[in-house]
Design a binder for this molecule. Structure first.
Ligand code: AMP
Length: 413
């Protein structure tokens, strides 16, 4: 038997209703914030992600689904959205037409990670990117909108962590200091961190190895290296978050796994989802547009994982998703009335009601079971003496009340 690929999931009823409601809420919130949806292809040229995300990152180094198509081009299923949005932004000259573009997306992403609770190989993110203006208000807006969406599901055990990575120049100085600090401790670091020491020393802050964590406790603090302008920017972000009542903590170790971040970075974690605790993450990426061949244009964004949000909601039992019910179920009392039943079913469907009927000649009892299972608000009975008299019964399934109406009135329901 052919099965779904390891680390991927089929999503169907009733689970799919939760997805629809999350997606609908996300769309509504972004509409209020005036973000426009962007949809980019599922695959891109591999070089986009290599250049955009960085060769030394786990995503590019180990996790991409890369293949060569029949034309010999190396393609990659998108592992994240920022590089793809920036590619589209440059390709379609958005920056020539407006000073600020605010995009949002909901999309599957692909990373060949080791699957576990909250970690899949095809997973789904919603997120946003704002390109064109460097303003701390936009940084705060990203954090706020992500926090607001999570709070809409009444999630309680959230922690908002923020940091500033400053600009490239200061970060390079800091990296040297960090290397100096670590050079005498190199043989104590994990194998992964030893590699990171060479490729991207900042990422050692991300290590989950307890030994590495202890060593990094006394590492120099990046926030002490950022310049005056970055400091002011970061302070304004904090001021706005306070104003908007977003509780946050500053975590100077929050460097995030992707190379393109500058200045503000942030993450929202939940203590309700186990080891994969990050529900969302993001930050500013002022060098990315030029790095991908566009002009010097700043950007900021975030991405949130839908599977993990669902896991947090489930574990906290914080939100009741509604399960849609049928408005009408039409029960056929006589088998020879199948066409009539189908006619009235379609009539009500065309009036924008959710309606169903039996398709397999089942008994009245079986049809009623189906109506109950589908949580129908009303059942209409077609057949018997009533039908001969040009009437039908309609039963309110919540109250049990039943009445006779002329068949002609079905069209006015
Ligand atoms: P990132 O793009 O790595 O910053 O991730 C942003 C968010 O996407 C994370 O906080 C998670 O909620 C989600 N995410 C990332 N990788 C996975 C994965 N393999 N499976 C499920 N969700 C993920």
């Amino acid at each position: 038997m052919i099965k779904a690929i390891y680390g991927t999931k089929d999503i169907f009823s009733p689970e799919v209703f939760k997805w629809q409601q999350i997606e609908q809420l996300v769309r509504n919130v972004f509409k209020n914030f005036n973000y426009q949806e962007i949809r980019t292809p599922i695959f891109e040229e591999t070089s986009l992600f290599k250049r955009g995300i960085g060769d030394s990152t786990d995503i590019v180094g180990k996790e991409m689904y890369t293949f060569t198509d029949k034309g010999g081009t190396s393609l990659t299923l998108k592992p994240e959205m920022t590089a793809a949005v920036v590619r589209a932004y440059i390709e379609h000259n958005f920056y020539k037409q407006s000073t600020l573009d605010k995009f949002y997306y909901i999309s599957p992403m692909f990373r060949q990670e080791r699957p576990q609770a909250g970690r899949l190989r095809q997973f789904h993110q919603f997120g946003a990117e704002a390109l064109g203006v460097k303003s701390p208000e936009l940084d705060a807006e990203m954090i706020y909108v992500a926090y607001y969406i999570l709070k809409s599901f009444n999630l309680k055990n959230l922690a908002v962590k923020i940091n500033s990575l400053g600009k490239n120049k200061e970060r390079e100085i800091f990296k040297n200091e960090l290397k100096q600090y670590l050079s005498s401790k190199l043989n104590l670091l994990s194998e992964d961190s030893k590699k990171r020491f060479e490729t991207n020393v900042l990422r050692i802050f991300d290590s989950k190895d307890p030994n590495d964590i202890e060593i990094m406790q006394n590492a120099p603090n990046l926030l002490e290296y950022i310049d005056e302008e970055s400091r002011k920017h970061f302070e304004q972000v904090q001021k706005l978050l306070n104003l908007l009542n977003v509780p946050f903590e500053i975590d100077h170790k929050l460097v995030r796994g992707l190379d393109y971040y500058t200045e503000t970075t942030f993450e929202i974690t939940s203590s309700s989802v186990g080891s994969q605790s990050a529900l969302c993450g993001g930050g500013r990426y002022d060098g990315l547009v030029s790095q991908l061949g566009g002009p010097e244009i700043p950007g900021v964004g975030f991405a949130a994982g839908i599977e993990r949000i669902l896991l947090a909601i489930e574990n906290e039992k914080s939100y009741e998703f509604s399960i849609p019910c049928l408005d009408y179920y039409i029960v056929r009392l006589d088998n020879n009335l199948i066409d009539k039943v189908y006619y009235y079913t379609t009539l009500l469907r065309n009036k924008n009601y959710t309606v169903d009927c039996d398709y397999s000649n089942r008994s009245v009892k079986a049809q009623m079971r189906e109506a109950n299972k589908a949580n129908a608000n009303y059942v209409i009975f077609i057949g018997g003496e009533e039908f001969t008299n040009g009437q039908c019964s309609i039963k309110n399934m919540k109250t049990g009340e039943q009445k006779l109406i002329p068949l002609d009135e079905i069209q006015y329901l």
